[in-house]
Structures are given as C-alpha cells and as structure tokens.
Design a protein around this ligand. Structure first.
Ligand SMILES: [Zn+2]
Length: 280
C-alpha cells in the first residue's frame, strides 16, 4: 500500500498579537494581512461575524471580498510555486500568514491560497495556529457603549494630550491632580490582562509621554475596576499621576495637532470630557 506523499507546501496562519509565531529552521514566505483586507471586527455591520472564524463561509466571503484579496491570493500562490520549483524535492515550502489575532483574515487567506494551489494539483497542508486562543476581538456593540471607544472614534469630547496610531492620551474627567493623564488604546480591551501585547504597547506610549514630564509620576493600570468606579469605563487605560504638587499642564507637552490622524471632533476645551453621563 502506497503512503500518501507528505505535503510539499505547509501554510500556517497565526496572530501577530500573540507573540507566538511559527518558526522553521529554513527560510519561509511571510504574508502580512494585518492592515490589509476587510476585518469583520472593524465594522458594526459585520459584528455578527466577529465570533466566527475564517473557516466559516460568511467570514471567508467577507474577507475575500476585499478589493485586494484576489490579487494577494494569486500573487502569493505564484510565489509558493516559484519557491517550490527552486527547492530540493524533500523540503516543503512554508508559507506563514498573519493578521492581528489569527482568527479571521489570516485564516481565510490561508485557506484561499491552499485552494488556489490545490486547483493546480499542488496539495497544501493548511494549519491555523491561534484559532483556539481567547476571544478578545473588538466588539462593535461594546464600542457603541464604551466612553473611551467613543472618544477614540471622535464621537465624544475629550481634552486630547497626545495621539498615536495605536493609542491616545487624554485628561480624565476628574483629575486627581494637575497633570493627571490617561493613555488609552484605540482598540477596546477591558482589562490589563486581556491582551498583554496591547497592554505593553499602551504602557510604551505612556512611558514616552512620562519621559517628557518635568516631574516624577506614577504609571498605573488595573484589572477589573470596582463597579463603584462608575465614571471610568472598563477600557484599558494607563494613568499618569504626578507625584506631590505638580505644576498644571506639565505633562501636556504639546497639543498634538500634528498627529491627530484618526481622531476627529476632539475638543481641546477646558471643561475636559464634557457631559460625563453621556460621554462616559
Ligand atoms: Zn472601549
């Protein structure tokens, strides 16, 4: 009895956020779709798809409906074939495909490239490394009710201190002292322990800001804020609180107007967050 030949192409999807990429001793092809293709978690209209995965037809159709999808799949398929032709026969070609969480886009694209190759009589072993990881995607329904998500989306007023691609710094509605600032990730994460990579990135932004302050300060965050903290949303934030008596505004290094991309409608008003009942 003949044993089936081992696959000469191995495709592995994964999520870059987990800091746990697949590794192989030889060179691999790497396809990054983390900022390309439609992400079901990015749109309120596709919120129903978020709990599903790239193995589900509805997610796959959504992701592969992106304008770039067909070209990405085809070009990647050709790259795999070219490398396969150049490799010694006994060594498989590895293709790694990643998005942020390895649940929707990377899975759908990996399957599509596998199908593209199978249609050309090149069977591929398609593996999904992070499908079983905890579910921490942005939930569009949460984004509608979370005060910090509304600020990040520019739909609630806030006094902006700094804006980055992945986080913003704002003044809290009830500052503990002058110079009290909150650094908030743009993606909704409830607790500091939910997504260690987002927590680390947000802490990194807080440290950048803290390094510019003219005084000592504490950087702190929390896990499961008490329910009594009704004015603070359960959206991860790093608090920068100056030690002792701070001079007003000493952490407000500049007004951030040159790097406010993605934040609109933010009011640099002295009233802080405005109406907390609606904003927070
Ligand atoms: Zn939020």
């Amino acid at each position: 009895m003949l044993t089936p030949p081992s696959p000469r192409v191995v495709i592995t999807s994964y999520g870059a956020r987990w800091n746990d990429p697949p590794r192989h001793p030889a060179a691999t092809l790497l396809l990054d779709v983390s900022d390309r293709l439609w992400d079901p978690a990015a749109f309120a209209e596709t919120g129903d798809l978020v709990p599903l995965t790239g193995l589900d037809a509805a997610v796959r159709d959504h992701v592969l409906g992106s304008p770039e999808a067909a070209r990405i799949v085809e070009e990647t398929g050709h790259d795999v074939l070219a490398l396969l032709a150049a490799r010694v026969p006994e060594l498989p070609v590895h293709l790694h495909v990643h998005c942020w969480y390895g649940r929707h886009r990377a899975v759908a694209v990996s399957e599509a490239v596998g199908d593209w190759l199978a249609a050309r009589d090149v069977p591929a072993d398609v593996r999904h490394r992070h499908l079983a990881r905890p579910f921490i995607h942005r939930d569009p329904s949460v984004s509608e009710t979370c005060g910090f998500c509304l600020i990040v989306a520019g739909r609630a007023p806030a006094t902006l201190v700094r804006a980055w691609d992945d986080a913003v710094a704002v003044e809290p509605p009830q500052p503990a002292t002058a110079g009290h600032v909150l650094v908030i990730p743009r993606r909704h994460v409830a607790n500091a322990t939910d997504d260690p990579v987002i927590t680390a990135a947000t802490m990194g932004r807080a440290a950048e800001l803290a390094a510019e302050a003219q005084h000592g300060l504490s950087l702190s965050t929390s896990q499961d804020a008490p329910a009594t903290h009704t004015t603070t949303p359960r959206h991860l934030h790093i608090a920068l609180i100056p030690h002792g008596t701070a001079r007003a505004g000493t952490t407000r290094v500049h007004d951030g107007t040159s790097n406010m991309a993605g934040v609109t409608g933010v009011e640099p008003a002295a009233s802080g967050f405005g109406d907390r009942r609606s904003g927070l």
